[in-house]
Ligand binder design. Sequence first.
Ligand code: RET
Length: 251
Amino acid sequence: HPTYEVAHHAGKTTLWVVFVLMTISSAVFAAMSWRVPVGKRLYHVITTLITIFAAISYFAMATGAGTSLNHIVHRTVNKHVPDTYDEIYRQVYWARYVDWSLTTPLLLLDLALLAGLNGAHITMAVIADLIMILTGLFAAFGTEGTPQKWGWYTIACVAYLVVVWHLGVNGRVTAAAKGSKVGKFFAAIAGFTLIIWTAYPIVWGIADGARIVSVDGEIMAYAVLDILAKPVFGFWLLITHSRMSATHVDV
Ligand code: RET
């Protein structure tokens, strides 16, 4: 008798709510971009695309697409009786990884432009980020009880550290060189990003990984994080950009 770990009413409702919030945010960001000259719209364009991609991905998930059942055979070893096997099917929303593979590089680009990071650092950060998301996807479908699942997860965490290194360490230095206002703003918004982003592998570990949290719980946790990482981050960046001329980029 296999067990099914799938989304129920609370999870599905949450997906629709986030779809609506991402759509509204996209419209507001687009409207904000029309109020500034084209030459000052780079952050607006990047930030609007981020919430548009998220809205598309949430539409897919809310309508029951972008998901598949991961087949798990869980072995319990007991030396006094024969081993027992539990068969589990857990819903994995792979649409998230499609979303993240497009939106996390764009979020990094926002931060990299703000910091004035050079091309070498931007390329390394974006590619390490892509490796993190793709190996995270492999982890999500990796076979339990073999080194696959947590092996991929470990590789993804190493890639994440590379991202943190480029943005957190090098970005801080170049941002501070743009003046103390930009330096302080970068430290604040990059610090916020670091906290939010670090919560993703933790949620993954206890929900997808260890399966301690239900699929509904997982949907709600990612919903809160996605709203902080995209719309809240975006409003903070665009409003500060409009008030702080030193954040301007000539690209
Ligand atoms: C995974 C699992 C493997 C280990 C690591 C992960 C990191 C994911 C991150 C995701 C960030 C997503 C954002 C979405 C925006 O809405 C893939 C969960 C390290 C950092 C910011």
